[in-house]
Write a protein that binds this ligand. Structure first.
Ligand code: PEP
Ligand code: MN
Length: 350
């Protein structure tokens, strides 16, 4: 349920409404002060008379039932875009934030060379996996904590913040002690214990859509993290499994505008895992930016043919530079147009 406050309402009225709601058993509130309106989200056990009770409170314009199962992640609760500041970049606003680096951290030389190259090309964040979820137990599963140390060294040398995956609740503290953004991978997006664990840290969390995860399930994963107290959540479309076998996954480009419409959280795209082929990464990166992605996450390797994981989808330094030139051009072009068409139907919140 959301309470829309009268424009120009006072802080006392807002506080008064929050206090009155929270005095009722099992209810909590979430305040969102937007540019145009102030909204108080009500979370918890909603009983039938609540709506009419809340409509009587001072400063309240309207009380609307939200039937979506996710609340804090919903745009109804928070009409303005969420902005997440990491290092020198802001994710979720007008900037295009590119995260790039190897699939896996392999050696010091490999990660340092890649960090310098992606920085040079304009990436704002270094990616690299130290704990790797692999389909086969016989493949390279990452350097673990040693990989985190190498990422930290690359950050020291380049100033780039780092994003890296965490696979288990037990590893959250150690990964959070090195990473600037914690990634929950596609295979773990409904690992609810892991979502609870990353909810307890105070660093941003990047949630990757699973191969068979609906928009609603992805937003419910975000809801877990937010309900646990961490509102710094970034969503990532990285392709889903379909009948098509040529590509590793099918990039669902519509996910980008849909998630931006349903939620206020930043939405980025991963055309590396989304396609599985290096020559498809640039076109799908450009398409993702044209579709409104706030950022990209791209795999880059000094020698893709020798990579210990995901070489086939990794870009050389030279091709990453070309990708950056092209996505920047697309980003500049879409700045010139208004990507949001005017509403054609009355918007319903439920
Ligand atoms: C990754 O980013 O390295 C990764 C394993 O991605 P995903 O979880 O999307 O497969
Ligand atoms: Mn990978």
């Amino acid at each position: 349920m959301i309470i829309v406050m009268r424009s120009g309402c006072t802080d006392q009225e807002i506080e008064g409404v929050r206090r009155q709601v929270e005095a009722r058993a099992g209810l909590t509130t979430h305040l969102s002060r937007g540019v145009e309106r102030t909204i108080i989200g009500v979370i918890g056990r909603i009983y039938p008379e609540l709506q009419s009770e809340l409509e009587l409170l001072g400063g309240v314009t309207e009380v609307i039932r939200v039937s979506k199962p996710y609340k804090l992640a919903s745009r109804d609760f928070h009409p303005d875009d969420t902005l997440i500041r990491v290092g020198n970049t802001t994710i979720g606003g007008k900037e295009l934030t590119v995260m790039a680096g190897p699939c896996s951290v392999e050696t010091e030389q490999q990660v340092l060379a890649t960090a310098h190259a992606v920085k040079e090309a304009g990436a704002a964040i270094l990616r690299g996996g130290a704990f790797k979820p692999r389909s086969s137990p016989y493949t390279f599963r990452g350097l673990g904590v040693q990989g985190l140390r190498l990422l930290a060294k690359a950050r020291e040398e380049t100033g780039l913040p780092i994003v890296t995956e965490v696979m288990t609740p037990e590893d959250v503290d150690v990964v959070a002690s090195y990473a600037d953004i914690l990634q929950v991978g596609a295979r773990n997006i409904q690992n609810f214990n892991l979502l609870d664990a990353v909810a307890r840290i105070s660093k941003p969390v990047l949630l990757k859509r699973g191969f068979a995860t609906t928009y609603e399930e992805l937003l419910l994963a975000a809801e877990y993290v937010m309900a646990g107290g961490n509102h710094q959540v970034i969503l990532c479309e990285r392709g889903i499994r379909t009948f098509e076998q040529f590509v590793r996954n099918t990039m669902d480009l519509a996910a980008i505008p849909v998630l931006k419409r349903l939620s206020h959280l930043p939405v980025i795209a991963d055309p590396s895992h989304g396609t599985g082929k290096w020559y498809l990464v640039q076109p799908m990166a450009m398409a993702s930016v044209a579709a409104g992605a706030h950022g990209l996450i791209i795999e880059v390797h000094p020698n893709p043919d020798q990579a210990l994981s995901d070489g086939a989808q990794s870009l050389t330094f030279e091709n990453f530079q070309k990708l950056m030139d092209n996505v920047r051009a697309v980003h500049a072009a879409i700045e010139q147009v208004n990507p949001a068409p005017k509403s054609q139907m009355p918007l319903k919140t439920s």
